[in-house]
Design a protein around this ligand. Sequence first.
Ligand code: GTP
Ligand code: MG
Length: 170
Amino acid sequence: GNKIRNAKLVLLGDVGTGKSSLVLRFVKGQFVEFQESTIGAAFFSQTLAVNDETVKFEIWDTAGQERYHSLAPMYYRGAAAAVIVYDMTNAASFARAKKWVQELQSQGSPNTIMALAGNKADRLEDREISAEEAQTYAQENGLFFMETSAKTAINVNDMFYEIAKRLIRV
Ligand code: GTP
Ligand code: MG
């Protein structure tokens, strides 16, 4: 039979890393150059079929601005999955991503599946964080890692599909 599984998913990461753009790409297949900075958080849903199951993602796209930091636990608590996003052309955003991982490890739910997304992979010439560095960090901390581009769509659906596959395994 076709089971529907609801899965709360949260995106966390520094301002401007492309959280909203990744969601817009995944949910609507669109990209905008002048995406507005998120205020508070935004909600979206999208379903994905994996084998004979359907995963219905309930997506919380959080705001990266520091003044909204205190809201984050509302969104990551009880989340089945968390996508921590950094901008691969911005080393400070990678440092911020590590802080989010630490916070999730200490305050989040132990079973949350964590993905690390190195976004803006279309801007290779501006790269500040190597794939090797991020992959090593991800492995050491139990995340799975992908470089993505909301602009060109590289690895965006694949990342959500990989999360869905891991969700139906548990
Ligand atoms: P906050 O809501 O402020 O936390 O930011 P955010 O993480 O949601 O970032 P947002 O999606 O608003 O994107 C910020 C800027 O980066 C926008 O101008 C996007 O067009 C741009 N952007 C997002 N993803 C990509 C990408 O994959 N490649 C390129 N080149 N630009 C991107
Ligand atoms: Mg946003």
